[in-house]
Design a protein around this ligand. Structure first.
Ligand SMILES: Nc1nc2c(ncn2[C@@H]2O[C@H](COP(=O)(O)OP(=O)(O)O)[C@@H](O)[C@H]2O)c(=O)[nH]1
Ligand SMILES: [Mg+2]
Length: 282
């Protein structure tokens, strides 16, 4: 499956981030815990430059604890600062504020020596739908930025102030212009970071059934009450359609509804806690 994107507003988003960079002290890089590696956008690395970076493994509630532990270990081994976050339910404000102050200790001290107080400004970046806006709202304790479970909800520039001398800038997500690595592109599509309207849903669902047949057959069988998973896409669609009542008169499969069901089932965690990217593979 070939996934192509980079609509105009992402180019614009990138320009905006580059412009704002001078004004920020550090970067908060929000990643989806289910696809950590795929969420690492090589273009952001160029953007972050020498500024301190805090990596946030967001949506940690969607993967197993020990899996998150592996990723935390991975970042630690690279000397990077990384935390896991559940932005829907977590109470992470104090911890994040402390980390940001620690990351910026040098500049804060420089200001202090001059008798001034430095407000730490952090730009929140990440591919679409990783939960950047939700993360900020969680820290602010209120709904300050717009959120939504699809790519491209946040558009303009949004600064919010935390009480304790920390300011955050929300940004629209941005994807790399193209992927040489098809697997990463696919994982981003699975987690809803690529707008569904630039994807062929049936193709996406076909890839998903192939992924589950290979990586998590038991979860797939359990979801659709199957004894075996058919080896071919057609057979898998038929099995799902039968399980969900999407077989039309004359035995034809309602492909569109079946595809939608598979994709929604994944995004609603109906297969359980699935981590797409594993640190051992990189
Ligand atoms: N389960 C779970 N869902 C989250 C979390 N953070 C955000 N979400 C959901 O992910 C979707 C995208 O969030 P949003 O903040 O708009 O992402 P953004 O595009 O990166 O700003 C929304 O449906 C959120 O409710 C989290 O920590 N756990
Ligand atoms: Mg947003």
């Amino acid at each position: 499956m070939r996934i192509q994107w980079f609509p105009g507003h992402m180019t614009k988003a990138f320009r905006m981030m580059t412009d704002e960079l001078r004004q920020v002290d550090c970067i908060i890089y929000v990643l989806d815990s289910r696809a950590v590696f795929s969420c690492l956008n090589p273009k952001f690395d160029a953007l972050t430059g020498k500024k301190p970076v805090l990596y946030v493994l967001n949506k940690c509630d969607l993967v197993e604890k020990e899996d998150i532990g592996k990723w935390l270990g991975y970042f630690a081994s690279k000397g990077e600062t990384c935390v896991a976050a559940d932005s829907l339910n977590g109470r992470q404000r104090d911890n994040i504020v402390n980390i940001l102050k620690r990351l910026n200790a040098e500049v804060i001290e420089k200001y202090r020596l001059k008798g001034a107080k430095k407000s730490v400004r952090a730009m929140v970046v990440g591919v679409p739908n990783t939960g950047k806006s939700t993360f900020i709202n969680n820290l602010c304790g209120s709904r300050k930025t717009v959120t939504g479970n699809r790519a491209g909800v946040t558009r303009g520039k949004q600064w919010v102030t935390l009480a304790d001398g920390v300011e955050l800038l929300d940004t629209p997500g941005s994807l790399p212009p193209a992927f040489e690595d098809e697997k990463r592109a696919l994982h981003l599509a699975f987690i809803g970071s690529v707008k569904d309207d630039v994807l062929d849903l049936e193709e996406l669902a076909a890839e998903m059934t192939a992924y589950f047949a290979k990586e998590h057959p038991d979860a797939f069988k359990a979801r659709y009450s199957l004894d075996e998973i058919p080896a071919d896409v057609e057979g898998r669609f038929r099995a799902v359609a039968q399980a969900r009542g999407f077989v039309l008169s004359g035995g034809r499969i309602d492909y569109a509804r079946t595809a939608r069901a598979v994709v929604d089932d994944f995004r609603k965690q109906k297969f359980g806690k699935i981590m797409l990217d594993v640190p051992e593979e990189i």
